[in-house]
Design a protein around this ligand. Structure first.
Ligand code: BGC
Length: 731
């Protein structure tokens, strides 16, 4: 079975792409798949989770730490690197099984030729550690200089973020300490290196970095190796990041690369033991799905109890490193089923940021919790009112994602409830989750509008998942999710009554008694668009069916500029029925038990040709819904699209003029969901009863995976002959 992702030759135009594709990470940091000699122009980055900075009035974004892996070779004064040599051979690989990045290059210069081999990983045993083994041999003897150290001149989208640089040398270790401009966080990268040759070592401080220049006479054909231990800490982690980073880089290097690698590999073997999904009969699908799982495992926050995952993972500063609904609706299922602690962690982040959501609700004149559309460390909304730049005028365009995409609060409440249902553990509710759900329900009470003549409540002036249509009334998904939020708020209250002291205290604290009546009324009277009796279609929002009914191709042909934004005030899709991503189809998929097969099929068939899939969140939903309808062959191409998005690099790179490239963890989570919940037809009811109703694609002989439900792990095996669900008993 194939575990290696590989690319041959230097594909200069794909350097940015490969940075995403070959990423290694451990949840605390993500290190892009760039070469050791690369710098900011090649988008080298070591992105840290949950720590941000703002430069002036530019967008706040996560911090890219000084690059401790930087390494460059010179022989007889000539540079030997990918960008300045004749590349005879180049091979970049990622071993997904152990999360190890590999590189082999043969580079030819004027008088010599070098073979470089490197191996690196972001340790799963120590989240602050990145390690590397870098070896090289020249065909001719030469005076070699190896320049290695910490490059602090980093790539930023809205930087620079470091207002102050200090360089340190302590024993064998070097460090760059920087202070961020906005919140004065200290960020330290320390590095220690050992080499199998005694060279002359000089320490150089230049260009925002500190480097060792190791000079020695290299013999023809002899292999020289340097091992590096790079440690990153910030003042958000510990009070004195400098001392710890220096100490840990020294102790890591003393323990030796091989020991560190063994520890790391053992943990990755355990990750795969729980998370792997095996598809027999379809190598291509197996590979793409594994790769999607690899991406999710690499960015799972395990270093703290309350952290989430940004929409572009840890692959860069795109999308401001912000957390979207992507986490709850697209990534959470994977984690909850395969590593429930990580699932809880993701939702603890929402509990931690509840006050940010309260503030946002108050800012717009509402009560309760209105979560950030693009959430940063304290739940503040990084989404701006002008989130897209018009390609024609280069002026910011007024967008309404921040103020109108109110389904976010329901998505968060839904996520918390999923944790409770699937783990069977009330602690998530008692430790803040109940408060989140109640505050989200309160928000919808405050937001809803009573329509006299129809004697019902409505949600007006919103944006649903399909962002191309702004400020619509009664988006079916949003209204349905709001009702669901209210339903689970009431169920939460019932549950909490079993803990009377807690219940009383919470109701008092939130002053909730007075809201109860309103909430019960809203549950009864909030309008949710239903399938039309004749056609079975649910109208995405009021008036959607009156918009121009045309094709995606037609709308695309109206673009004047390929990077033009399709939505907003005068976007090409705005006054048509062409939608950006799954909307009604998502609703049907989430509440599949409540709709007839006929209605589900009617809506899939209607909306599918009208969906542009301008978001990587779309394909997996169409795939899962096709499975639910019983048509795996409709689902299959969508499954492959979602599972291979970061392998092919074929995804939207721009929204207007704004770069939005990077990895796509929501699509990765969607690939897992499609395999397990879609093709596998896995269902777990509220009592924790597990069933499967599989619809395997033609080629798939067998599908097997493991899941946790209410604390017990199960192995599920599905084949054309039948299915088996077995308890996993740990010896
Ligand atoms: C999608 C959103 C998504 C965001 C981040 C946008 O293009 O429309 O639904 O949350 O990207 O992935």
């Amino acid at each position: 079975m194939k575990w290696i992702v590989g690319e041959k030759n230097l594909q200069q135009e794909k350097i940015v792409d490969f940075g995403n594709k070959f990423l290694v990470g451990n949840g605390y940091l993500g290190y892009r798949g760039t070469m050791e000699e690369y710098g900011k122009k090649e988008f080298t980055a070591c992105i840290l989770s949950g720590i941000y900075d703002q430069q002036g009035t530019a967008w706040r974004e996560p911090i890219n730490a000084p690059n401790g892996m930087y390494t460059k070779l010179l022989a007889d004064g000539e540079p030997y690197d990918l960008l300045s040599c004749d590349v005879k051979d180049h091979n970049q690989q990622l071993d997904m099984r152990f999360a190890i990045h590999l590189r082999e290059s043969v580079l030819s210069g004027k008088n010599n030729e070098v073979k470089v081999k490197s191996e690196r990983f972001a340790s799963a045993a120590d989240y602050h550690l990145l390690t590397m083994n870098y070896s090289f041999s020249f065909t001719h003897s030469a005076e070699v200089q190896l320049i290695t150290g910490i490059d602090g001149d980093v790539w930023d989208i809205n930087g620079p973020h470091f207002a102050d640089y200090a360089y340190h040398k302590e024993g064998a270790a070097l460090a760059v300490e920087v202070i961020t401009g906005e919140l004065h966080h200290h960020v330290v990268t320390a590095e220690t290196a050992v080499m199998n040759v005694e060279g002359r070592q000089e320490i150089i401080e230049k260009d925002k970095g500190i480097f060792r220049k190791i000079s020695f006479s290299a013999k023809a054909g002899k292999t020289y190796t340097i091992s590096k231990a790079v440690v990153v800490y910030t003042s958000e982690d510990v009070a004195d990041p400098l001392t710890l980073a220096l100490e840990e880089s020294c102790s890591a290097i003393e323990r030796g690369y091989d020991t560190l690698k063994k520890e790391h590999e053992k943990i990755w073997a355990d990750y795969w033991e729980a998370a792997d999904v095996i598809i027999e009969g379809d190598e291509e699908a197996q590979f793409a799905l594994r790769y999607s799982i690899y991406q999710l495992l690499s960015i799972a926050p395990r270093h703290t109890q309350a952290a989430s995952i940004p929409a572009r993972g840890l692959s860069g500063q795109t999308y401001k490193g912000a957390v979207f609904w992507d986490t709850e609706m697209f990534m959470l299922p994977f984690f909850l089923y395969t590593d429930p602690e990580v699932g809880k962690n993701l939702m603890n982040y929402r509990i931690k940021t509840l006050n940010g959501a309260r503030k946002k609700a108050a800012e717009y004149g509402f009560r309760g919790a209105f979560y950030a559309w693009e959430s940063q460390e304290n739940g503040q909304d990084a989404c701006s009112d002008y989130n897209v730049t018009d390609v024609f005028t280069n002026r910011p365009m007024r967008t309404y994602f921040r103020d109108k995409q109110v389904h976010i609060s329901a998505d968060v409440a839904y996520g918390i409830w999923q944790v409770y249902l699937l783990t069977g553990d009330r602690s998530i509710l008692l430790d803040g989750g109940a408060e989140v759900i109640l505050e989200c329900a309160r928000f919808y009470c405050s937001f809803s509008y009573y329509k006299e003549e129809k004697e019902r409540f409505e949600l007006i002036d919103v944006i649903g998942p399909d962002e191309y249509h702004e400020r619509v009334y009664n988006n079916a998904y949003t209204n349905k999710m709001a009702v669901y939020t209210i339903k689970i708020a009431l169920e939460t209250l019932e549950l909490l009554k079993e803990e009377p002291n807690f219940y009383e205290a919470l109701i008092d604290k939130l002053n909730y008694q007075e809201d109860l009546e309103g909430i019960i009324r809203l549950k009864r009277m909030l309008y949710v668009p239903e399938p039309d009796r004749k056609t079975g279609l649910i109208e995405q929002f009021d008036g959607y069916f009156n918009l121009e009914d045309t094709t995606v191709e037609e709308v695309r042909s109206r673009l004047i500029n390929p990077k033009e934004y399709w939505g907003g005030a005068y976007g090409v899709a705005s006054d048509t029925q062409i939608i950006k991503q799954a909307d009604v189809v998502l609703l049907l998929n989430l509440f599949k038990e409540e709709y007839s097969q006929k209605d589900k099929e009617a809506n899939w068939t209607y909306y599918e040709p009208r969906t542009e899939h301008g978001s990587s969140l779309s394909a997996c939903i169409y795939a899962m819904q096709a499975c639910d309808i019983g048509d795996p062959e409709w689902a299959y191409p969508y499954f492959m699209k979602t599972a291979s998005v970061d392998l092919t690099g074929e995804s939207k790179q721009f929204a207007g003029t704004i770069y939005i490239g990077g990895t796509h963890p929501a699509a990765n989570g969607g690939a897992w969901m499609t395999a397990v919940l879609g093709f596998g037809g896995l269902k777990v009811n509220e009592a924790g009863i597990i069933t499967v109703d599989p619809v395997l694609p033609e080629k798939w002989q067998k599908l097997s995976f493991k899941i946790f439900v209410k604390g017990q792990q199960y192995k599920v095996e599905i084949s054309k002959q039948g299915s088996e669900i077995m308890k996993v008993v740990k010896s």
